[in-house]
Write a new protein. Structure first.
Length: 180
């Protein structure tokens, strides 16, 4: 039987095989400088988040989930992160729980691009249930001051997806895999 921990391990293994960029926490031993709050030195480094999310969709599909790309142009979230701000959608994946798992919420992985100086910052919006029910955004902020390194960023994404498929936040939905 698939468990969230096994699926997470499979995602991590596949991600490691991609040899995508990684970087340490630039503030591991110091506080960010004021100028770092105004700077996004390499917004494209955050493309790793969408790559990791797509691997999650792939692994979940192999475990019986139904994955579909949904043609959305915009989403106006009403969750805790950026409520009411319209998001221009680059790609939206709806991941429905495996057949026979009634009452479990679908997972939405919505990729967007937002201006960051002369470039764009890739973002991933994660929702459960309705696409508008935004649970998290990765990165939450792309400025250099808020950068905690790639490992922490990917761990936070994995944690958020695991919370949806393991339903650790509510009793309104059923588990995707395993038992409570």
């Amino acid at each position: 039987m698939d468990t969230p921990a096994r699926l997470r391990g499979e995602v991590a293994d596949r991600y490691a095989a991609l040899a995508l960029p990684s970087w340490p926490d630039p503030h591991a031993d110091r506080a960010p400088s004021e100028s770092e709050y105004e700077r996004v030195s390499d917004p494209q480094r955050y493309r790793i988040v969408a790559a990791r999310a797509r691997l999650w969709a792939e692994v979940l599909a192999e475990a019986g989930a139904a994955v579909a790309e949904v043609p959305l142009e915009t989403v106006t979230p009403d969750g805790e992160t950026a409520p009411g701000q319209t998001v221009l959608v680059h790609r939206a994946l709806r991941v429905d729980p495996p057949a026979g798992v009634d009452g479990a919420a679908p997972l939405w992985l919505v990729e967007s691009l937002t201006p960051a100086g002369p470039e764009t910052l890739p973002l991933l919006h994660l929702s459960a249930g309705r696409v508008e029910d935004l649970r998290a955004r990765f990165p939450f902020c792309g400025c250099d001051a808020c950068d905690d390194g790639s490992d922490r960023l990917l761990d936070e994404l994995d944690d958020a997806i695991t919370r949806v498929i393991a339903d650790t936040e509510s009793t309104a939905h059923r588990l995707w895999f395993g038992e409570r």
